[in-house]
Design a binder for this molecule. Structure first.
Ligand SMILES: [Zn+2]
Length: 1077
């Protein structure tokens, strides 16, 4: 090259040089003159012949697929519609003169694909033009020329991110077709490609490093020099240029440089913009690719979470799964996370959290020989303050996420820190500072792993989570090339292929220097996920409740009754519930087809639970009849039904009296009260976690269900203004004629709960609910500024004591913005409780509207309490700082409580999660109506109940926690009455404790089948002692051994007798093995 014709000294034109370099690498500009245009030295589409199968379903086996009828097809043809699959038979005849070459097969069908060779899933393909593009498969090295190949490509007619119509998160376009744009073989110019990789990195440095950076200046200089010396039409100039670049990249760092532990993974959303079914294919595409790359790069390690993803692969791609197992043994394929799925971090119950780990860790142990040591949840919309304890209880000490980097108000102040939960448990936590879990492993993000590490002064090590993700994929060849080069280049953090466990072992020595974050990791975005897809949230709540009762009843039956029916495998039911808690499922951020599947899964779980419960009740009933209670002719006897209470406290409740065979007329005539739909009502009292035989006779001296209460509840409608006055022993309430509460007096304190100045209780408000992009995800702060209407109803009393009063409210549908739909409520007050239930039916057809109920109270409290998993947390009721007002909408489980000293009110619910509190106002989000990614989200019928519970004392002394359970948990009543001589022996508690604060949450069979598991927690937030109690004598357990959540016992496990007093700390979760006699 004539370098000395004019000046060969680089002139000072830095910014222009960076752009010059950009154009030298561009795939769009000057391609004929630049390096990009020289990356391929040979290509042939004629060498590739393609035939295509008819349209097929997902997950057709290879064996079946190759039997399909194939017809000729060619580049330019399109395939569809969305979500259908096609198999392509590919035949390649390598040109005879392509000798000593590395030949690549190139395929781009504008959608996802999977290469199959001889029955083996070899590598995934991603069509299109995005950064996720993966269109290249290395067919052969050192070709001899003339080789013949035959193989198959299975194509799935969807993009990496589904088939959104005219936009990523828009609802699906069902009729999308995908064009086959490339089917060819290529030989790459090896040197041009190597030089291209180096120049890309020099460009990254030139573009992104600070202006004054020495390395930036040096990178620009060397890149400019390379372009000057590189004749793209003369490959012989490439090696010199490569050497020049290598010299730059081989310059070493000093000892103080940051160390980056590069963890390759692929984030696979188990459903999102695609179905669960399609995810199974995504697993095969992603995992097969990564197995192949492990052979190319022996130092590369690939990390994968979610037991469910492994199980799907095992079921659908057994051969691939065996290859994964081999690479797990050799230490290149790294199972991580410990959970069944990467679940939502806010909404699942405490027991669901435990089960995520229990099923996950057991799966990893069984399949791969060891449990995971890290909890891995990069993409969830907030993290419960109870997670640290759950994580530790399940044998894990380390935690990785990064989602808080998406906060839209405040920057989270730590990268590496100790996270402390509500009981004081701690986990070592790392947020990869590149602020992404899908890093492209480019220089920019590697450097950001250092510059954005907020704890770099105390711990100069970071994790880089790299690999294409969300829709699967994982690391690409260019990523692995860059990481291989950047082991130690001056000015760039040192990089090493690594695993989560290796990384955390490096953090351990720095532990004592780290800051601590106490309490929840609140995510300042996606607050709509507490409310979107109401039916899914209700289904999840119901499944959690029914599984709780089912497990308790099955345990009882196994111990005392002996079951001769084969119960379905409860683990299978739990797997379904846990899958539906995936972080795009339960939060409400997936497409419609996912919610159709989730509804089916929830219905299956509920139906099977109901079936088991019915059978258990039958077995218990027949066991009663065979003991000593059978009536004889000379003993007066009554009709009974069996009732089971799965609450860990005694409960008295008004119920509809079950139909008796003998006494049916008498029930209707003698009932203390008849419901508005004509059913006799009675009162029952049931023991904690136990059952009673209830005498349902409504005549005679021994009637029990038909007691007239000493203090009845009464209702009266004022002629003058239509106000309705309801009063019982505990409260006196005035409901305005529009359905709103004007006044609520808690009688023991004579306190007015509702703020004066209008009807400020039970205000059903519709807000405009627009946001900035993430429609189903986000409920934005500005929506609060735009209430559109407060609904007006008309009321009438439809039941008037003495057991309960019911007021029916019919709301004017004209007040709904769409003018379409309906909203009706019944307000229910019982004689024996201060709790007021608002049973609500809505037919909802809105667009971008939020329905919220508000209660403006007289309560003055700086903080409100919200129930979370196995406990509760405090959050401010004011907007002092940006951290406070960021929490304008927060998650709560069954209740939230606003209390001042000695007085307060709880707002409870049976399937909602989104609370908002400001000053004395407390609200609950009821329904949303986002339009993407599911434009039918929340449309249609909904049934839910929220309640208020005014109380004297604190939430603890007023048993708010119990009220939360009472509102949610069912009673189970056997359908067929039976005769007993005496019910005195049939009022039994299975297992409970003698302290209200210590709640038995779960009684289940141990996973290993030996003994029973009892899980308790301290719910008040104070250390105490307790004893287990049972009214089943003799006590059926010979010993109790404390274990971890994985049900593991070790030498240091404490052992107790049933009657021993046991210590428990504030909000502590304890799991015990109960060994039966
Ligand atoms: Zn995700």
């Amino acid at each position: 090259m004539a370098s000395n014709i004019t000046g060969n000294v680089m002139l000072k034109h830095q910014d222009i040089t960076v752009e010059r370099l950009e154009k030298f690498l561009s795939d769009t500009y000057f391609v004929r003159e630049n390096l990009y245009g020289k990356l391929i030295s040979l290509k042939s589409s004629e060498a590739v012949k393609v035939k295509v199968s008819p349209k097929v379903e997902s997950l057709v086996s290879y064996k079946d697929a190759i039997q399909l009828e194939y017809k000729d097809t060619k580049i330019g043809e399109s395939f569809g519609p969305s979500w259908s699959n096609y198999w392509f038979k590919v035949t390649i005849d390598v040109p005879s003169d392509w000798k000593d070459k590395t030949i690549h097969f190139i395929w781009n069908s504008s959608c996802e694909g999977l290469i199959w060779m001889n029955g083996i899933a070899i590598q995934g393909l991603t069509g299109g033009t995005w950064q996720d593009l993966r269109e290249e498969y290395k067919l052969i090295e050192n070709s001899k020329g003339g080789e013949h190949f035959e193989f198959f490509v299975e194509v799935s007619c969807n993009g990496m991110f589904g088939v959104g119509k005219d936009g990523l998160i828009n609802p699906c376009d069902p009729d999308r077709t995908f064009e086959l744009t490339k089917a060819e073989i290529r030989v790459k110019n090896k040197d041009a490609n190597e030089l291209y990789t180096y120049l890309q990195m020099l460009y990254d440095i030139g573009k992104n490093f600070p202006k004054e950076s020495l390395r930036k200046k040096q990178a620009i200089w060397i890149a400019n020099d390379i372009i000057n010396k590189c004749n793209v039409n003369d490959s012989s100039t490439f090696p010199t240029c490569i050497s020049m670049a290598k010299e730059f990249f081989s310059q070493k760092n000093g000892d103080s440089q940051t160390k980056i532990w590069a963890v390759g993974h692929c984030h696979i959303d188990l459903c999102w913009l695609w179905s669960f079914e399609k995810t199974k294919e995504k697993c095969a595409r992603s995992f097969s690719t990564q197995l192949l790359y492990m052979d190319y790069y022996p130092q590369f390690k690939f990390t994968q979470s979610q037991a469910q993803a492994y199980q799907w692969t095992k079921e659908n791609y057994p051969e691939l799964y065996e290859r994964i197992k081999e690479k797990v043994i050799t230490g290149q394929f790294i199972p991580t996370g410990g959970t069944w799925v990467e679940m939502d971090g806010n909404l699942p119950s405490g027991e669901s959290f435990i089960r995520q780990f229990l099923l996950g860790q057991n799966y990893f142990k069984k399949e791969f020989g060891k449990q995971c040591t890290e909890f891995f949840l990069p993409d969830t919309f907030g993290y419960s303050a109870q997670l640290p304890q759950v994580i530790r209880h399940m044998g894990i000490e380390n935690f990785i996420t990064q989602k808080l980097s998406w906060n839209n108000l405040n920057k989270f102040p730590h990268s590496t820190f100790i996270w402390e939960g509500i009981d004081g448990s701690t986990v070592l936590t790392h947020f990869p500072p590149a602020d992404t879990y899908n890093s492209q492993a480019d220089v920019k993000e590697i450097v950001m792993s250092s510059t954005n590490n907020k704890d770099i002064d105390r711990c100069n090590e970071s994790m880089l989570l790299y690999g294409n993700g969300d829709g699967g994929g994982g690391p690409t060849i260019p990523m692995l090339e860059r990481l291989s080069i950047l082991k130690d280049t001056d000015g760039i953090p040192k990089v090493e292929f690594s695993t989560p466990a290796e990384f955390f072992s490096r953090l351990q020595p720095h532990r004592s220097k780290l800051n601590k974050w106490v309490g929840e990791l609140y995510f300042e975005l996606h607050r709509g996920t507490y409310t979107s897809q109401a039916t899914t949230k209700r289904g999840n709540r119901l499944c959690e409740i029914e599984l709780h009762a089912t497990e308790m009843l099955l345990s009882y039956c196994e111990l005392f009754v002996g079951t001769n029916f084969k119960a379905p495998n409860l683990s299978k039911l739990w797997e379904l519930v846990l899958l539906c808690q995936f972080h795009d499922a339960l939060p409400g951020s997936s497409i419609k087809v996912c919610y159709d599947d989730i509804l089916k899964h929830h219905q299956q779980v509920l139906a099977e639970c109901k079936n088991i419960i019915t059978q258990c009740m039958k077995h218990i009933t027949s066991s009663l009849l065979t003991i000593d209670h059978l009536p004889t002719d000379n003993v007066p006897h009554s009709e009974f039904v069996l009732a089971f209470n799965a609450n860990d406290f005694e409960i008295t409740r008004v119920i509809e009296i079950p139909k008796s065979t003998k006494d049916i007329q008498a029930q209707y005539i003698n009932a203390v009260q008849t419901s508005y739909n004509g059913l006799p009502l009675g009162t029952v009292t049931l023991p904690p976690n136990g059952f009673s035989a209830i005498n349902i006779s409504t005549t005679g001296d021994n009637r029990t269900i038909n007691r007239v209460p000493q203090y009845p509840v009464t209702a009266e409608q004022k002629q003058l203004n239509g106000d309705i006055l309801i009063e019982n022993q505990f409260i006196r309430m005035t409901i305005g004629s529009n359905g709103r509460i004007k006044s609520l007096i808690e009688k023991s304190t004579d306190r007015e709960v509702i703020k004066e100045g209008g009807s400020l209780g039970n205000r059903l408000i519709i807000f405009e609910d627009t946001n900035l992009f993430w429609d189903a995800w986000d409920q934005e702060i500005f929506s609060l500024e735009k209430p559109l209407s407060i609904l007006e109803g008309s009321c009438k009393i439809i039941e008037n004591g003495p057991l309960r009063c019911v007021v029916q409210i019919h709301y004017d549908s004209k007040a709904l913005p769409s003018g379409n739909g309906s909203l009706n409520q019944t307000i229910v007050v019982h004689f024996n409780s201060a709790r007021i239930d608002f049973e609500t039916n809505v037919n909802w057809h809105e667009a971008h509207k939020l329905l919220r109920v508000d209660f403006d109270t007289n309560i003055r409290a700086k903080n409100a309490n919200y129930e979370i998993q196995f406990g509760h947390i405090e959050r401010p009721t004011h907007y002092n700082t940006s951290w406070d007002f960021a929490r304008f909408e927060v998650v709560g489980h069954k209740w939230a409580d606003l209390s001042e000293y000695d007085f307060g009110m709880a707002l409870l619910n049976d399937c909602k999660y989104g609370y908002s509190t400001l000053g004395g106002r407390i609200g609950l989000s009821l329904l949303r109506s986002p339009k993407s990614p599911d434009d039918t989200c929340d449309m249609g019928s909904h049934k839910f109940t929220y309640s208020i519970y005014p109380h004297r004392g604190s939430l603890q002394s007023a048993s708010v926690i119990k009220e939360g359970y009472a509102l949610n948990n069912n009673f189970y009543i056997s359908e067929i009455p039976f005769s007993l001589a005496s019910a005195t022996h049939v009022h039994k508690t299975f297992i409970s404790t003698n302290k209200e604060a210590v709640i038995v949450d779960t009684i289940k069979k141990a996973e290993d089948g030996n003994s029973f598991i009892v899980r308790i927690y301290e719910s008040h937030g104070g250390a105490t002692t307790f004893n287990f109690i049972s009214s089943i004598l003799p006590i059926p357990f010979k010993s109790i051994i404390e274990c971890n959540g994985l049900e593991e016992v070790n030498e240091s496990s404490k052992s107790y007798n049933f009657n021993d007093t046991i210590k428990i700390k504030p909000f502590e979760i304890k799991t015990f093995r109960f060994i039966s006699n």
